[in-house]
Ligand binder design. Structure first.
Ligand code: RUQ
Ligand code: CUA
Ligand code: CA
Length: 637
């Protein structure tokens, strides 16, 4: 598609390395750069080294993985749990999409959690993070954003189900997400990406040039999942990260230009990294120095510079150019802003930020301690806990391993080489993440690189192809590729958690809040879910309670009238691990999971007179096929 473009680039005499430095870089030349990277061949030495590492990555049948990977599912709207190093997919958590197997988006439990956004059936997940205490995973929650419909969701790691969904007010498209790591995850931070007019009620639609546009950085209370506060910023917000003291959060801005078109957004040589001083923001909120907007009670602070003057709680550090990834080294010393349109990653010393906020520096750039040149299109960076950083180079289709302290020495004028190794990846990497790299426990064992294109690496599947999630052994001096993992649309980011840091329940607790609504309704109806099978009529509402024990439902039939609103509540009395049942009514679009000791409920209209089978969808018993019953619907008189 872009062969012509490449020729154009060549004709202008701009080398691939040079043209990104040119001010007039365009999206077309970026794409051309991407297309020039073709298949790479592995050398014989690489193959031999790979064999050894591959052996280490081998997890045999019935062996368990060492790590849980929490994978975003991109525009599939889900989150996936993947075992490492085997890269075997273990579970899918359908957070923002709909799920035929579990009934997510259809059951009453999931609809209650999805709340006012339950009618939206798509999502776009990018950045999972998991809760921490003192900078280490504590196994409570994972969090994930939804760019498509501006939401943030929480996943309970004990049952691996989403239990809260919050729509973020006033902004469009939540992209970056991170959380407080120290002393524990009390706040979750979310970047509103696109600038939008305020108020966005269409009244200014014909003179949008005059409208004030902005976006906001939002903080959610990790327990209640309510929005605690929002800060209006200059520019827009892309990715975010936090320090290891609970004090600072940062977010990249690629649109300092406040432009609405591609060329406009690339005009400036530098955009910036926005820095938030969390204690100072909380002081403002506590002192009541905030505003509220429209129909929301969320405290809003204005963090924009006014007449060149900073607020007490935000700073803008210039970094080149359309920066993307924002990251923190696991020693808590540095923030990193990945240049994207600049071949550099900017390193910022966190211990200089107090002075920055106390106006000790004449120039914000004094917090920058290194800006190594790494290659084309640096998008994200991760860490091995041994002082090395690993950056993805989207355009070069490579990962570069570099040493942070050597990059700082080089910035200070010493003649040192900070680059340790470059490896080809296949192809066009976005995020990459090393095991435990978001925490103090960064152990430098495995690196997962999420490549956006798989091209020739797998059997072709028509025009739409799998992505390629690659696993590298980084425990030695050199990165070694050990595994190609096809993945469906489209993992952006992951976190890798040691398996002992997550304790999952084997069966549901009978009083689990996940199905509290169904328990309360049963109580109000005087039904003992542990033993009773009952049909309760309440006007044209019918509530059907039944148990399930393999291989039978508690009711082999029930009767309703045409047009009734039917709620079926199934309680799985099986205590045995892994013995899930399902409940599906044929031709009614009704299906849900009922795992051991779970209660699940689903409401639908009995619109068709006649006899309709319901059956169990999860293969639970030798007589699973026989696990069925009939809903008898009497026609309207
Ligand atoms: S961010 S690579 Cu980098 Cu959402 Cu996707
Ligand atoms: Cu119960 Cu299949
Ligand atoms: Ca820009």
């Amino acid at each position: 598609m872009s062969d012509k473009k490449i020729t154009e680039v060549e004709k202008t005499g701009l080398s691939r390395r040079g043209f990104l430095g040119a001010t007039a870089v365009t999206g077309a030349t970026l794409a051309a750069g991407a297309a020039t990277v073709g298949t790479s061949m592995m050398s014989r030495e690489t193959l031999a080294a790979t064999d050894k590492s591959a052996l280490k990555a081998h997890v045999g049948p019935a062996e368990l993985d060492e790590y849980y990977g929490v994978w975003s599912g991109g525009q599939s709207g889900e989150v996936r749990i993947v075992g490492l190093p085997s890269m075997r997919e273990l579970m899918r958590i359908p957070v923002f999409n709909r799920c035929s197997a579990t009934g997510w988006g259809h059951t009453n439990e999931s609809k209650a959690i999805l709340g006012k956004s339950a009618h939206l059936e798509n999502g776009d997940t990018h950045h999972p993070q998991a809760s921490m205490t003192d900078g280490r995973y504590d196994g409570r929650y994972a969090f994930i954003q939804d760019k498509a419909n501006t939401r943030v969701a929480r996943i309970r790691l004990d049952v691996m189900k989403c239990d809260k969904v919050t729509t973020i007010p006033h902004v469009q498209a939540i992209h970056g997400l991170h959380l407080q790591r120290v002393p524990s995850t009390k706040l979750v931070f979310a970047c509103g990406e696109f600038i939008a007019p305020y108020p966005n009620d269409g009244k200014l639609i014909d003179k949008l040039d005059e409208a004030e546009h902005f976006t906001m950085y939002s903080a959610l209370d990790a327990e209640t999942m309510e929005v605690a506060w929002q800060v209006i910023v200059d520019g827009n917000l892309d990715n975010t990260s936090t320090c290891f003291s609970g004090k600072y959060a940062v977010a990249t801005c690629y649109n300092s230009e406040m432009a609405f078109d591609l060329a406009g957004q690339m005009r400036n040589e530098r955009d910036w990294l926005t820095i938030f001083n969390i204690p100072r923001i909380e002081e403002e909120v506590k002192a009541g120095r905030f505003i509220t907007l429209a129909d929301s009670k969320v405290p809003v602070l204005d963090g924009r510079k006014k007449n060149g003057k900073n607020t007490t709680f935000t700073r803008y550090v210039p970094v080149p150019k359309n920066p993307h990834g924002a990251h923190t080294s696991p020693d808590g010393k540095y923030f990193f802003a990945n240049g994207k349109l600049s071949p550099t990653v900017t390193v910022i010393a966190i211990d200089r930020l107090d002075d920055l906020f106390n106006d000790k520096f004449a120039d914000e750039r004094e917090v920058v301690v290194a800006e190594p040149e790494l290659g084309l299109g640096p998008l994200h960076t991760t860490f091995d806990g041994r002082g090395n950083a690993y950056s993805s180079l989207f355009i070069d289709s490579q990962v570069v391993k570099w040493n942070i302290e050597d990059a700082i020495r080089h910035y200070n004028g010493e003649d040192v080489n900070y680059i340790r190794q470059k490896v080809d990846v296949h192809y066009q990497p976005g995020h990459l993440k090393a095991s435990l790299a978001e925490t103090r426990d960064a152990d430098g064992k495995w690196l997962v690189v999420l490549s956006k294109f798989s091209k020739d690496r797998f059997l072709p599947t028509g025009p739409l192809r799998a992505e390629n999630d690659q696993l590298f052994d980084i425990s030695g001096e050199e990165m070694k590729l050990v595994h190609d993992g096809p993945a469906f649309a489209e993992p952006h980011d992951i976190v890798i958690i040691r398996r002992d840091q997550i304790q999952t329940k084997r069966v549901w607790d009978r009083d689990d809040p996940f199905f509290a609504g169904a328990l309360a309704q049963a109580k109000a109806d005087g039904v003992n879910l542990e033993s009773e099978n009952k049909v309760i009529r309440d006007g044209n509402k019918v509530r059907v309670y039944m148990t399930s024990i393999a291989p039978a439902f508690g009711l082999s039939e029930f009767s309703v009238n045409e047009g009734d609103e039917v709620t079926v509540t199934v309680t799985n009395l099986d205590q045995i691990e892994d013995l899930s049942h399902g409940f599906c009514v044929v031709n009614h679009g009704v299906s849900m999971e009922i795992s051991p000791r779970q209660t699940s409920s689903i409401t639908f209209i009995a619109s068709k007179p006649g006899s309709h089978y319901y059956y169990c969808t999860w293969f639970c018993h030798a007589l699973h096929m026989e696990m069925a019953g009939r809903m008898l619907v009497r026609p309207k008189a």
